[in-house]
Write a protein that binds this ligand. Structure first.
Ligand code: SF4
Length: 570
């Protein structure tokens, strides 16, 4: 039998001595502002990506300079809950070391951008001092565990949040390299020093990234079907009974390679709350041992399940869990967005969900959001919750403090009303910092929505909730294939248009038209929106409408994503 050739990243992990590599030496190398290819791969598992300002590439090439390298740092925030003090600390670190903005990600994490190499250790060290960390925020390992946005909405939400924290802890890598490199007072050169042990992951960690989320019906605000492993909380009469398990979801694909595709997780059963970690470990171990380690484009759990068969996967999990794996229970989702405005928790405190455009916390001529949130954090004794839709909840406001927070929201114009499409829009980082981006996303989406809103207003449907997702490439960071309208960058200024995902995140969209400019996007959407305004059924969602009217075929199975595409005439 011929030996399978492992991918280069597998070699890097094997030789790294549990993620050490020679990161320490590379950080100290003054010749370049970047790090070696090997260390770039390893540093993902430490929560950092090397990036370059692509807006400046041409100019620097002319000047015979290397690209302007900097680093993204992703901060894990399990369930998205951070204290007001942690908010202020992260804000300060962004000012001192970053560009200085904070990105709220679609997975309830913070990102700092534009951190230069010589400030990386100080930044990650500073993050750890806030009692948050960056370990396993990226890379071939379980990442930040998501859970439905507000743990104080009910006792069930509270229990689910606790289970999310348990998953976060039990699925974290055990390597001491992270502490050694970024946190310890003494730097230790990489190589031979420590004898580590990874009981769950082993020396080579997972074949590819792994994502876990928990949703609490009726709200699917974490897009649970898009995760390698999703848990759906099942409750009865205010008591948490356990979790349905979804496995094999994932968004990313590569243009032109049809063996890559977005996929929704399959329902494989139910476990009681006390077995949720055991169930997660059973799925991770199966993927660890069966995932493709030679082709990273086919390495996610979704492909392992489709390659080996769903039944084989289910049987393996049944064998691992025995009677603990029960039949899946009925459930119902009614949306995958956030509820904006004030809500009262079961603890009698108040929660205000704030729309954050593109998840970008910054100051500009339109809005001083960063300064506003600083002032709120300084006057707030509770928490901040990052939602899976890049928004923010000002959480645990005492009755006596509500008026004060309301006044600040008013002062900084944060209680503004937004139209139905804008408040349901997500965008990834894309240009200029993401090396994978073919086109703009977060810098461009707001102005595109301005233009679509003109059409929506003329049709009197500007208040309809329509889910719009945009990314700069097909990797899918903002879950574009779950947008009722999805726009995926294919070349500068040109996007593929996808239509027809389900409003609750339970159906993928489908390619409608390729390589559209802004004018062409508006021209393509205009007649469909007009048709929707005139001919939709009562309470019919836009995604359901475009499927019913035959603009696109419905797509539930990932393997069908590239099939049954209707020809589009520009
Ligand atoms: Fe970058 Fe693509 Fe992810 Fe957007 S979707 S952040 S362009 S990798």
């Amino acid at each position: 039998m011929s030996e399978i050739k492992l991918s280069e990243v597998e070699r890097i992990k094997i030789e790294s001595n549990y993620l050490r590599g020679n990161i320490v030496e590379d950080l100290a190398n003054p010749i370049t502002a970047g790090v070696s290819e090997d260390n770039q791969q390893l540093m993902k598992l430490h929560g950092s990506y090397q990036q370059q300002d692509r807006d400046l590439d041409e100019e620097r090439r002319k000047q015979k300079l290397e690209p302007l390298y900097s680093f993204l740092i992703r901060v894990r925030v399990p369930g998205g809950v951070a204290t007001a003090k942690q908010w202020l600390d992260i804000d300060k670190l962004a000012d001192i070391y970053g560009n200085p903005t904070i990105k709220l990600t679609t997975r309830q994490a913070f990102e700092l951008h534009g951190v230069v190499k010589r400030k990386l250790r100080a930044t990650i060290n500073g993050i750890n001092k806030t009692l948050l960390d960056t370990l396993a925020a990226c890379g071939d390992v379980n990442r930040n565990v998501m859970s439905s946005a507000n743990p104080w909405e009910s006792e069930v939400h509270q229990q689910v949040y606790n289970d999310a924290r348990a998953l976060h802890t039990d699925l974290s890598p055990q390597t001491t390299a992270y502490h050694e490199i970024w946190v310890g007072d003494e730097l230790v050169a990489g190589g031979e020093k420590k004898e580590d042990f990874e009981p769950l992951y082993g020396k080579t960690y997972l074949p590819r990234k792994f994502k876990v989320a928990i949703a609490i019906p009726p709200r699917n605000d974490v897009d649970v079907y898009a995760n390698d492993l999703g848990f759906i909380a099942i409750a009865e009469n205010g008591k948490l009974l356990g979790y349905n398990i979804l496995a094999g979801g994932g968004m990313g694909m590569t243009f032109g390679i049809e063996t890559t595709y977005p996929r929704l997780g399959n329902l494989i059963g139910f476990v009681k709350p006390e077995y949720v970690v055991e169930a997660a470990k059973a799925v991770i171990i199966w993927q660890r041992d069966n995932g493709n380690r030679s082709d990273r484009k086919n390495a996610r759990l979704k492909y392992t399940i489709d390659r080996l068969g769903l039944n084989i996967f289910k049987n393996a999990i049944r064998t691992a869990l025995g009677d603990k794996l029960e039949e899946a229970r009925p459930f119902h989702f009614d949306s995958n967005g956030d509820k904006y405005g004030w809500e009262k928790g079961f603890n009698g405190k108040w929660y205000f969900t704030l729309y954050v455009e593109g998840g970008k916390v910054k100051n500009d001529h339109k809005l001083q959001l960063k300064t506003a949130l600083q002032e709120i954090a300084q006057n707030h004794t509770g928490n901040f919750i990052l939602t899976g839709n890049q928004n923010l909840v000002i959480a645990d406001v005492e009755e006596a403090d509500k008026a004060k927070i309301e006044k600040l929201l008013e002062k900084w114009k944060l209680n503004k009303h937004f139209g139905g499409m804008r408040r349901n829009s997500l965008a990834c980082v894309a240009l200029p910092l993401c090396g994978m981006a073919f086109a703009e996303a977060e810098r461009y989406l707001p102005s595109l929505v301005d233009k679509i809103e003109v059409e929506l207003k003329a049709l009197h449907i500007e208040e309809e909730d329509i889910i719009l997702r945009m990314t700069g490439c097909p990797n899918g960071c903002a879950r574009p294939y779950l947008g009722e309208i999805g726009l995926v960058g294919k070349s500068p200024g040109k996007y593929n248009l996808y239509l027809g995902a389900g409003f609750t995140g339970n159906r993928l969209n489908k390619l409608y038209a390729e390589l559209l400019s802004e004018e062409e996007i508006l021209a393509a959407l205009r007649p469909i929106l007009a048709d929707y305004a005139s001919n939709r059924n009562n309470a019919e969602r836009f995604g359901d409408f475009v499927v019913r009217k035959g603009y696109v075929n419905a797509t539930i199975e990932g393997l069908q994503f590239h099939k049954d595409i209707k020809p589009f005439q520009k």
